[in-house]
Design a protein around this ligand. Structure first.
Ligand code: ADP
Length: 260
């Protein structure tokens, strides 16, 4: 054993480890930069809109048209809503990502929770002229384990997306399939679908397809990322399949509660 060769090897190992660490730091830094630039972009759009509507009102250009003034105020208010949603989503995501949330695991009836969630979204569904169909047997109860509020958030985000990206006059179907120790819940729409190349990206935060951006459908691109985080915290999975022009299905699993 040559002591010099040994020392050389040690230095090489040390340098290699440092270089890996530097790469990791660089990746983190890039991630942080992109994150900040995404956030500022998402904030700027509604802020500029609000500024525009208010300036027009201040200029007095539509002072003699109160109906128009009301429309402008309404548009400003909608953009303020959008900012509020954005802040709430960011809050939720940062809590989920820092692992700071503790799940409040309980036993609950998922059929009841789905019915409750559909009830919440029925007005929006009517506005989009979309029928929500829940495939369940009458008086059925299925006990699962999980954080009821967080799972409701998952259902809201998925069903809400099916209304936003669904077809006017179309249908959203919620189905439950029993597996061995789990159940699979699927939310299917017959909307415009997601291009295959974008499918792996939809759970990334801030990712939105060009179609949803160009059609000016409100959203932050955070909803599915929140869904994924919540299910991962439950050690459950979520997946998506879609055919362009035909529709999209999101499916996620939950653990059955054994001691019922
Ligand atoms: P948001 O809806 O706020 O944009 P999400 O994270 O919920 O953000 O979704 C990310 C993107 O995935 C959406 O912008 C849209 O392009 C696409 N997407 C999500 N759900 C559907 C769906 N049911 N049909 C078609 N595209 C969808």
């Amino acid at each position: 054993d040559d002591p010099i060769k040994g020392a050389e090897q040690e230095v090489r190992d040390w340098a290699k480890q440092k270089s890996t660490e530097i790469d990791q730091l660089k990746a983190q830094e890039k991630f942080r930069r992109e994150f900040l630039s995404n956030i500022s972009h998402e904030f700027k759009t509604p802020l500029f809109a609000i500024q525009g509507y208010i300036e027009t009102l201040q200029d007095g250009m539509i002072a003699d048209d109160p109906d128009m003034a009301l429309i402008f105020l309404d548009k400003a208010a909608k953009n303020i809503d959008r900012l509020t949603y954005l802040i709430n989503d960011l809050d939720e995501i940062s809590k989920l990502e820092s692992g700071k949330i503790s799940l409040n695991i309980q036993k609950f009836d998922i059929v009841e929770l789905i019915n409750e969630t559909i009830e919440h979204l029925i007005d929006k569904a009517n506005r989009h002229n979309i029928k929500i169909v829940f495939n369940t047997k009458p008086n059925q109860a299925i006990q699962v384990k999980g954080d009821r509020l967080k799972i409701q958030q998952v259902l809201v985000n998925l069903i809400d997306n099916s209304l936003k990206y669904g077809k006017h006059g179309g249908k959203t179907t919620v189905s439950i399939f029993p597996l061995l120790d789990q159940i699979l819940i699927e939310v299917t729409d017959n909307g415009y679908g997601i291009e295959e190349k974008n499918l792996p990206r939809v759970f990334e935060r801030f990712f939105r397809t060009d179609k949803s951006r160009s059609r000016d459908i409100g959203g932050s691109g955070l909803g599915l990322s929140i869904v994924k985080h919540i299910l991962e915290a439950h050690q459950q999975t979520v997946n998506v399949r879609s055919t362009e022009g035909i529709g999209t299905t999101f499916g996620f699993t939950l653990s059955k509660s054994k001691n019922i």
